[in-house]
Design a protein around this ligand. Structure first.
Ligand code: FAD
Length: 473
């Protein structure tokens, strides 16, 4: 153990190898569930330092947990409790290497915070269309390692769809120089897509080349009160027909989600005081002018009112109002965390199945755990719900989780499978859902995943226990 620490100090400098109490904030995940214990936290500054760290860890058989902003919600960015793993923090690697306006690309180091990347793009009047509530802390490396989604997937896709090239340190400590800005490159297996979404289990992303888009000339945001999930889905269909690619965001929030946000964050202004079973937030963008976007949005909302798919609508009149609406939506996870521990389900369903799923599962949960609060919100346009379950009001959250988490997860995930969905839409599998992967993933696919892991990381040193369980095929 002393040997590996000495070697790591040699590789990155002693001040960038943290031990003991200095590791605390790297050992605890955003939700504060089950803190781990690290042998050390290592903070390299350059790709070659990352490679040196990995080589030393490989030589000593020391597991590595890559970490970016530590905002992940699947328990994959923090170590287990063994005290044997090194946390490899990429946050000192945060430079913009290049911005190619003609090629509409930017190349960034993995530890760059997403919001800073968005700002660099905006300074060139370009858009990096990846947007998450955690964007002030999460990093490009973490976004790619989790294949992050967020609020603009409907129009621009997940982090995967924005990634053209990668630089990666392999489990053997070699560097793969794959930072291409090409939109076409059919030269064999696309390793980029193996790395994206691999949650630090196949390689360490040290830099990436991402797609950029022209900055839209206009963005409009609207809020509507809707009577049901069925109505929200109908409104989504209307918006897609009328607005097509101009529709860049479509979020849904349930009454419980807004109620606890109002209670925990009373300074927020929630349109219509959060009343009504559901609310939706629409965002429309236009590359050239506001008038066309406004007309399309107004026509959509009018049609929704006439069809009784919406009962009240409001269009933000300025940037401040638009930001306030988005702020409500993006504050829900924080409000929920402040309300107490809860059982999170980040699920994806075909949009056509959303209403049936919610109706079936709401009823089954109320029957199984009377009084439990169903905090349902999410990126409806992508069929992605954060279908969370919170203890009854005033109840003991920890005791609720202890008593019901297993049964509630089983009930929700069985319903997800029955409706053709996925138990992990955008947060990943991590350590938290490794057992669910085992249960719900197609057996042949699981076998191929194990074969890939074995080929790239035969000694299981990269984030062991995350995504795949050792010895389980
Ligand atoms: C309030 C809040 C809102 C959120 N909203 C969304 C949302 O809308 N959509 C969404 O998709 N997610 C969301 N998340 C989850 C989280 O922000 C994303 O998963 C994000 O992409 C994680 O980035 P990070 O830098 O914090 O990664 P970390 O949490 O540090 O790590 C996440 C995973 O990536 C691996 N990893 C990190 N960096 C690297 C690297 N350089 N190379 C290889 N592996 C690496 C880690 O080992 C771990 O497996 C939210 C989280 C919070 C707290």
């Amino acid at each position: 153990m002393a040997d590996v620490l000495a070697a790591l100090r040699e590789a990155v400098g002693p001040e960038h190898v943290l031990t003991g109490a200095d590791c605390a904030s790297y050992e605890r995940d955003w939700r504060g569930r089950q803190p781990g214990r690290a042998l050390a936290v290592v903070r390299p500054r350059h790709t070659q330092e990352v490679a040196a760290v990995v080589r030393q860890c490989a030589a000593h058989g020391t597991p590595i947990v890559p970490q970016g902003g530590n905002t992940g919600l699947a328990m994959a960015s923090t170590p287990d409790t063994s005290g044997t793993a090194v946390v490899l923090s990429l946050t000192r690697m945060h430079r913009l290497r290049a911005l190619d306006a003609a090629n509409l690309t930017m190349t960034l180091e993995a530890g760059c915070v997403l919001q800073q990347a968005q700002r660099w793009a905006a300074e060139a009047n370009l858009l990096l269309p990846l947007s998450l509530a955690s964007e002030g802390s999460c990093t490009i490396g973490g976004n790619l390692a989790t294949n992050a989604g967020g609020t603009q997937v409907l129009r621009f896709g997940n982090a995967r769809d924005l990634c053209l090239g990668l630089e990666v340190v392999t489990a053997q400590g070699q560097v793969w120089h794959g930072l291409t800005g090409l939109r076409k490159d059919n030269t064999g297996y696309d390793l980029r897509h193996l790395m994206v979404g691999s949650e630090g289990t196949l390689g360490i992303i040290t830099a990436a080349t991402l797609k950029l888009y022209p900055m839209p000339a206009a963005r409009l945001t609207a809020w509507a009160r809707v009577p049901s999930v069925t109505a929200a889905v109908a409104l989504l269909g209307m918006a897609q027909r009328r607005l097509d690619a101009a529709l860049t965001g479509f979020e849904m929030m349930g009454q419980q989600a807004l109620a606890l946000t109002a209670r925990q964050l009373p300074q927020l202004h929630i349109p219509f005081n959060g009343k009504g079973p559901y609310a939706v937030l629409l965002e429309v963008s236009d590359a050239h002018a506001e008038a066309r976007a406004r007309q399309g949005l107004e026509d959509t909302l009018q049609e929704a009112l006439e069809a009784e798919h919406a009962s009240d609508v409001v269009i933000a009149q300025n940037l401040q109002q638009a930001q306030a609406m988005w702020h409500v939506r993006e504050s829900i996870p924080l409000a929920q965390a402040q309300e107490g521990l809860n059982i999170k389900h980040d699920i994806a369903l075909p949009v056509s199945q959303l209403a049936a799923f919610v109706q079936h599962t709401d009823t089954a949960l109320q029957r199984a755990v009377p009084g439990a609060r169903l905090v349902n919100f999410g990126h409806l346009g992508d069929g992605n719900l954060h279908y969370n379950v919170q203890a009854p009001e005033g109840g003991d959250a920890a005791a609720f989780l202890h008593a019901h988490e297993g049964a509630i997860n089983a009930l929700v995930y069985e319903a997800v499978a029955a409706h053709g969905g996925s138990f992990s839409a955008e947060h990943g599998v991590g350590r938290q859902k490794a057992a669910s992967l085992q249960q719900y993933k197609d057996g042949t696919a699981l076998g191929m995943m194990h074969a890939i892991k074995q080929a790239l990381d035969p000694h299981n040193l990269l984030n062991p226990g995350a995504v795949l369980r050792a010895n389980a095929t």
